[in-house]
Design a protein around this ligand. Structure first.
Ligand code: MG
Length: 168
């Protein structure tokens, strides 16, 4: 039922979601190196969410009898100049994710594949939330600047992030 073009694009997206998890794990490791355990906790939860996104696509493809093809994962960035630099990199990454998902949704629309379009709708909404939450942290970090106390306050705030409940 899925067209070969959509199977290819969904597989590509599945791999990119796993690459996103890798990016966030790399950022978590950088935060650990700075003794910012709250930031690292936030990044690790973000990475887990990305794996969840990949598995949503995995399930969709396998439920419809399409092949899942895993590719090599690109080496993530690891040489961040600051916490803000890492979050700005994360924001660019999330914007890239949103652009890709929009493109796939466009293909589903052009093929009149409403099932896939509806499946992607959740991701499109999720991307708005991701861009908003990462963008808010970037804004706060710019306000804080080099103030160590401010960084520690934000570290505590991000360390309180709860794991999202599994989707129904
Ligand atoms: Mg994602």
């Amino acid at each position: 039922m899925l067209s070969p073009a959509l199977v290819e694009r969904l597989n590509d997206q599945l791999n990119f979601e796993l690459e996103s998890a890798y990016v966030y794990f790399s950022m978590a490791a950088y935060m650990e190196g700075q003794s910012l355990d709250g930031f690292a906790h936030w990044m690790k939860l973000q990475a887990e969410e990305e794996i969840g996104h990949a598995m949503r696509i995995y399930k969709y493809l396998t439920d419809l009898g399409a092949n899942v093809t895993l590719e090599a994962i690109k080496k993530p960035p690891c040489d961040f100049s600051s916490v803000l630099n890492a979050f700005e990199t994360a924001l660019k990454h999330e914007e890239n994710l949103a652009r890709r998902l929009n493109e796939i949704a466009g293909v589903a629309l052009s093929e009149k594949d409403n099932t896939t379009y509806q499946f992607l709708d959740w991701f499109l909404t999720e991307q708005v939330e991701e861009i908003s939450s990462v963008g808010t942290v970037c804004d706060k970090l710019r306000l804080i600047g080099d103030n160590g106390y401010g960084i520690l306050m934000l570290n505590t705030e991000l360390g309180a992030r709860q794991k999202e409940p599994a989707p129904q």
